[in-house]
Design a binder for this molecule. Structure first.
Ligand code: B12
Ligand code: SF4
Length: 560
């Protein structure tokens, strides 16, 4: 295992006098999040992955769910000191926790947009728990001069497990213990909250942080060392297999969300994992992030056998020069992946250097024509800590007076673009989301289509693990998808008539492939879904937003 020590602002590495006996609070920044306030919350920046940056224009069809703060969960699982993780507190929750327990160390995790919340939390700690040492980690640490903006004792850049272990006098090189993480919670779509049943949601696996590709705008790559660098928690396919077996048992799951910026890049590890999966007869499915050139290192059959069922990949522009796209035709690749039952989430950047008001619509149309199951659009954003930010700074192109709370790629440019104005950047971004929805329809329809294609292709496949994976999903979901399609077909008619006809055609296909029970389900469940969908549309029109619940978890805990 290779762990690079994180840097701190102090010259000598600090340690806490109480070592492993120190009482630690690790917390995320406070909510509520999906509202405009003086602490940098923004209604357009909710704590929901899909609704924030992927399906936000899909109305009641938007996939909504919350994800825990995995960085602090990982740190908690790897220290033996008594530790509380407080996730998504409100300010009163946070104040109460500080007053009720005497913490020696309070660690805050944050990304750049939440800087003002970190400042406020440091202020609260100084006032309510003056003896606590304040440690701040996560991407917020990349802001130049952040030590003058917040009142913290230590600001940790980069990998945090090794830092915290070292700080507490523990062995920083000890093998990393992976916490049991349920990937998402409180899933909601078409106005229905999907029950959080044990085993029904994928487990999150974090094999590494960072990415060696080092694209100039990439904040995660830069934060963990940049080009050629990354931190591996699990070096080999064997180690990964063991972790996944443990998660399978603890969480009763058979699907995994692999939180690794470029999982498929490490072919040797992935192929060893496949070997072990075959030996262990594991019919697992995996959601992974991968760049197009990494995907091309595998045959479709290898990907399918590995259980890759959902792939997040950067598409960018046909004119971009990023290494990850070289030698690949992304439209052809995404089509092929979908034909093999692999859902594709494309990611497109709006406002690249060569974009102009004259060519950007065509570039967006090109992106939309990929017809991916999901599509993320993001503004080209020089984020502190990245080579792009440095370059823009040197060229005097960073705009002054832009609040960090608005530097997240879903609002407006934070730099001077050669051809596109700040206000137009938002217009083009919003148009891209709307266009994708209008042309390609709800993502729920698209993923049902990909599942059906995969099922038809692999239902008689010789490897039983692969067959079982598609069978399992088809049996579990065909009736539900059929019913959802019934409602979608009617509701989407207002947006795009021919799209609605395609949804109908897919529903008929599902009917042919479904068992008796699932075949008749849409007649009953379809109208219910249509009613909940319309009710949700009305709620959203009234400004309804969703917030994650506050979660408190204690380990190695003894009451003081
Ligand atoms: C899951 C996730 C989310 C979840 C929320 C998670 C949460 N509870 O906060 C959701 C989906 C809701 C989300 C939302 C957003 N996210 Co987000 N998200 C991620 C994602 C995919 C994974 C994070 C993760 O768990 N990584 C794995 C862990 C192990 O790594 P880590 O968090 O960095 O933690 C390590 C170190 O940073 C450090 N560390 C972290 N915290 C602490 C604390 C202490 C005390 C110490 C010592 C160390 C330490 O130690 C950890 C272990 O090494 C990352 C991308 C990525 N690959 O990281 C983006 C990412 C963090 N998100 C990002 C952004 C911009 C957003 C959004 C603004 C959406 C958007 N427009 O893109 C919103 C903001 C929502 C809000 N209001 O705050 C950016 C942050 C950019 C930046 N430089 O600040 C990232 C990096 C994606 C990207 N490449 O642009 N996100
Ligand atoms: S391939 Fe993706 S994760 Fe890796 S550096 Fe480029 S943008 Fe970042």
């Amino acid at each position: 295992m290779e762990i690079h020590a994180a840097q701190t602002s102090a010259d000598e590495f600090p340690t806490h006098p109480k070592g492993k006996r120190a009482r630690i609070l690790l917390t995320s920044v406070f909510g509520p999040y999906a509202q405009d306030d003086e602490f940098g919350s923004r209604s357009i920046n909710p704590m929901e992955l899909y609704h924030n940056q992927v399906t936000r224009a899909q109305g009641s069809f938007s996939l909504r769910m919350f994800h825990r703060s995995w960085g602090i969960m990982l740190i908690q699982a790897n220290i033996s000191a008594p530790c509380t993780v407080l996730d998504f507190p409100t300010r009163p929750d946070f104040a109460r926790e500080l007053k009720q327990h005497q913490y020696d160390v309070v660690g805050i995790t944050s990304i750049i947009v939440n800087l003002a919340k970190v400042r406020e939390m440091c202020r609260m700690i100084r006032s309510l728990s003056p003896n606590s040492t304040i440690v701040v980690g996560g991407h917020v640490a990349a802001i130049p001069g952040v030590d003058h903006m917040i009142d913290a004792d230590h600001i940790v850049r980069g990998e945090g497990v090794s830092w915290m272990r070292r700080y507490l006098g523990e062995d920083e090189k000890a093998p990393v213990r992976h916490p049991a993480i349920v990937s998402g919670m409180r899933t909601r779509i078409m106005g229905i909250r999907v029950p959080d049943r044990k085993g029904s949601t994928a487990a999150t696996i974090i094999p590494s942080v960072g990415c060696p590709m080092g694209c100039n705008f990439c904040t995660t790559s830069a934060f963990f060392g940049g080009k050629g660098k990354f931190v591996n928690f699990f070096e080999t396919g064997d180690e990964l297999y063991d972790v996944m077996c443990r998660m399978e048992k603890d969480l009763k799951v058979r699907s995994f969300f692999v939180m690794d910026e470029n999982f498929l890049l490490h072919r040797e590890r992935a192929m060893r994992l496949l070997e072990r999966m075959k030996q262990g007869r594991k019919s697992w499915s995996m959601s992974v992030f991968a760049s197009a050139n990494a995907i091309r290192k595998y045959t479709m059959q290898e990907l399918v056998e590995l259980g890759v069922s959902w792939l997040w990949m950067g598409l960018e522009s046909p004119q971009a020069t990023y290494n990850k796209l070289q030698g690949t035709q992304t439209q052809e690749l995404t089509r092929e992946l979908r034909e093999h039952g692999i859902r594709v989430q494309g990611s497109t950047i709006i406002g690249l250097e060569h974009h102009t008001p004259d060519n950007i619509m065509a570039e967006i149309e090109h992106a939309v024509a990929h017809d991916t199951d999901f599509h993320q659009f993001m503004l080209y954003t020089p984020v502190p800590g990245t080579p792009l930010y440095q370059q823009m700074l040197e060229q005097g192109r960073m705009l002054s007076g832009v609040d960090y709370a608005d530097v997240h790629g879903q609002f407006k440019f934070n730099f001077k673009h050669a051809a596109i104005s700040r206000d137009d950047s938002k217009r083009f971004l919003d148009w891209a989301f709307c266009r994708d929805f209008e042309i390609n329809g709800p993502s729920l329809y698209r993923i049902s289509r990909t599942l059906l294609a995969g099922w038809r292709r692999y239902k008689d496949f010789p490897d039983a693990r692969v067959r079982e994976r598609f069978e399992h999903e088809m049996n579990r979901l065909s009736g539900v998808y059929g019913s959802a399609l019934w409602a979608m077909e009617r509701q989407f008619r207002k947006v795009n008539r021919s799209g609605s006809d395609q949804i109908r055609a897919l529903r008929q296909e599902f009917k042919k492939e479904s068992g008796i029970f699932s075949r008749f389900m849409p007649a009953v469940l379809g109208p219910v879904f249509l009613w909940t969908t319309r009710r949700e549309e009305r709620r959203l029109a009234r400004g309804k937003t969703y917030e994650p619940p506050t979660i408190t978890e204690r380990t190695n805990w003894v009451t003081a």
